[in-house]
Design a protein around this ligand. Structure first.
Ligand SMILES: Cc1cc2nc3c(=O)[nH]c(=O)nc-3n(C[C@H](O)[C@H](O)[C@H](O)COP(=O)(O)O)c2cc1C
Length: 204
């Protein structure tokens, strides 16, 4: 049985456009594989807190040296990583907020980047340890930035996932959602068509 991890990072929870696009994708995957196990992590309902220096020190410490609070942070990080490790496919809903990723997604990244656990240092540089996964990213924006320096998200998310070993990443962008009703409708139709195209690829 395959597992899909859906990460909804919109402040609007399941109502966010990025979450809805991720939902549409998950529905196509369920249609292809009815036995697919879907786990949804909703960052609006359960925000990942900021990583603190004390918590990070817990990552670096041996288990027997951790304070109770550090042990709690490490156990939380371990649980997030286990959930991600068990997933074959990741569907990430990615809103643009103030030219960046949602702050809770950054906090999540800070909790899953663990030396010796999700990546390691080698003579040849960094090696990601979460290999063999495919990620789909559903990016929703009010404006239109793809291919410009204002698109701070696409390269960053690609870079971070590659750092963990997740190099097979496909983006679907829905841009111009705040420009006009017509622009919003066209962007969502284009994104939905792209998602339907992903289904054909997967089913082929
Ligand atoms: C707090 C906030 C900040 C935003 N900042 C931007 C921005 O910098 N650039 C942009 O194009 N759209 C911006 N938007 C519009 C969102 O990208 C757009 O509403 C998109 O649908 C958000 O995804 P969501 O519906 O999944 O939450 C912002 C929206 C909010 C609520």
């Amino acid at each position: 049985m395959k597992t899909l991890l859906q990460l909804n990072t919109s402040i609007y929870s399941a109502g966010g456009q990025s979450s809805r696009l991720a939902d549409a994708f998950v529905a196509t995957q369920k249609a292809i594989d009815p036995g697919l196990k879907v786990i949804v992590r909703d960052f609006a309902k359960e925000p990942v807190p900021h990583l603190t220096a004390d918590g990070f020190q817990g990552f670096l410490s041996k288990p027997e040296e951790r304070t109770p609070e550090q042990a709690r942070v490490v156990a939380y990080s371990d649980a997030l990583i286990d959930e991600l490790r068990r997933a074959d496919t990741i569907a990430l809903g990615l809103p643009m907020y103030n030219f960046s990723v949602p702050s809770t997604l950054k906090a999540y990244f800070d909790h899953i980047a663990r030396a010796g656990v999700t990546f390691k240092y080698t003579d040849k540089g960094l090696v990601g340890l979460l290999t063999g996964k495919k990620a789909y990213v559903f990016a929703a924006r009010g404006g239109v930035y793809l291919g410009t320096t204002a698109d701070t998200q696409t390269a960053y998310v690609r870079q971070f996932l590659a750092f963990l070993g997740i190099t097979d990443v496909e983006f679907v962008h829905a841009e111009g959602l705040a420009i006009s009703d017509a622009s919003r409708k066209a962007a969502l139709e284009k994104a939905e068509a792209a998602i339907a195209g992903l289904r054909e690829l997967e089913a082929a």
